[in-house]
Design a protein around this ligand. Structure first.
Ligand code: NAP
Length: 288
């Protein structure tokens, strides 16, 4: 068996096209959705991520504005900007690009974002809502995985799902979201003994550990769906995931490549969350 390769770029584009239709409708009704992005310091990777977000917003006609602070900015300076943005009716989504310089209190700054504009879904109110199954802002990367499964008509209910990685931004929300779709979910992490005894049981295996070649074919059940969230830069410059793609694709039924799988979905789901936030805040009844 050779797996079907899930084309994340195509699905991400589909999500953006739907968002654009909604933005066009909103603009005709006098509402211009807006995203505010806060970036602190000169981290080159963060600058690239922010540029990608700005480009995605431009593509769907969403207004985005980047607020750049120097690396030595204080919590108070950033928080007062966030509070101003919370009160600005033209801003429907606010995010703080992470990681922040070590002297800043990231938890406190994220807590100062209005829960109604927290498009990354990292505010504790939204984390709690995610646990309760009622969040308005599912975190973008696991939300992107959920969309990929939905787009490919891959059933989740009743399936054995194994999530490798238990971070707050990927593994834990991923597990919760799939559990809420009635999957039987197991979460593995760095202290899991004999990872393979869990991964081999997975009908759907989601890997988000940040370790190249962590998952090799012997660890994958024949016919499993394999979603690789990992992004790793090898010493030779090559970008790879956490899964031995060439080996595992001969055993899986579906697999995501890196790059071109989950990565493009993350930014599209941010755009989706911002558009949905603008629809809610403006009280419009719209659909595509
Ligand atoms: P993270 O915060 O470093 O968390 C990694 C998780 O993987 C931790 O729970 C860790 O376990 C677990 N882990 C590490 N080594 C393991 C091993 N050998 N076996 C089993 N579990 C192991 O990373 P993250 O932010 O979740 O990101 C994970 C990967 O996804 C990274 O490669 C990142 O670049 C990528 N990523 C991609 C996107 C995207 O848009 N595609 C978005 C976000 C992240 P412990 O909890 O025990 O330490």
């Amino acid at each position: 068996m050779t797996a079907k390769i899930i084309d994340g770029k195509k699905v991400a584009q589909h999500v953006r096209s739907e968002c654009k239709l909604l933005v066009d409708q909103m603009k005709k009704l006098g509402v211009s959705p807006g995203l505010a992005v806060i970036i602190v310091g000169d981290d080159p990777a963060s600058k690239v991520y922010v540029a990608n977000k700005v480009n995605a917003c431009r593509e769907v006609g969403l207004d985005s504005k980047v607020y750049t602070f120097p690396a030595n900015a204080t919590d108070q300076e950033i928080e007062s900007e966030i509070l101003r943005l919370n009160a600005d009716p033209k801003v429907h989504g606010i995010l703080v690009q992470l990681p922040l310089p070590a002297h800043l209190n990231a938890k406190k700054l994220i807590a100062s974002i209005s829960q109604d504009k927290d498009v990354d879904g990292f505010h504790l109110y939204n984390v709690g809502s995610l646990v309760a199954g009622t969040t308005l802002f599912p975190p973008c990367t696991p939300f992107g995985v959920q969309k990929l499964l939905e787009y490919e008509n891959i059933p989740v209910a009743g399936q054995n799902v194994v999530v490798v990685g238990a971070s707050n931004i990927v593994g834990k929300p991923m597990a919760l979201m799939l559990m809420q779709q009635d999957a039987t979910v197991c979460i593995c992490h760095a202290k899991t003994r004999d990872l393979a005894q869990f991964t081999i049981l997975a009908d759907i295996l989601v890997v988000a550990a940040g370790k190249p070649n962590l998952i090799v074919p012997q660890m994958v059940r024949r016919g499993a769906v394999v979603i690789d969230v990992g992004i790793n830069r090898l010493p030779n410059g090559q970008l790879v995931g956490d899964v031995d793609f060439e080996g595992v694709k001969e055993k899986a039924s579906y697999i995501t490549p890196v790059p071109g799988g989950v990565g493009p979905m993350t930014v599209s789901m941010l755009v989706h969350n911002t558009v949905q936030s603008a629809i809610r805040q403006s009280g419009l009844q719209l659909e595509v």
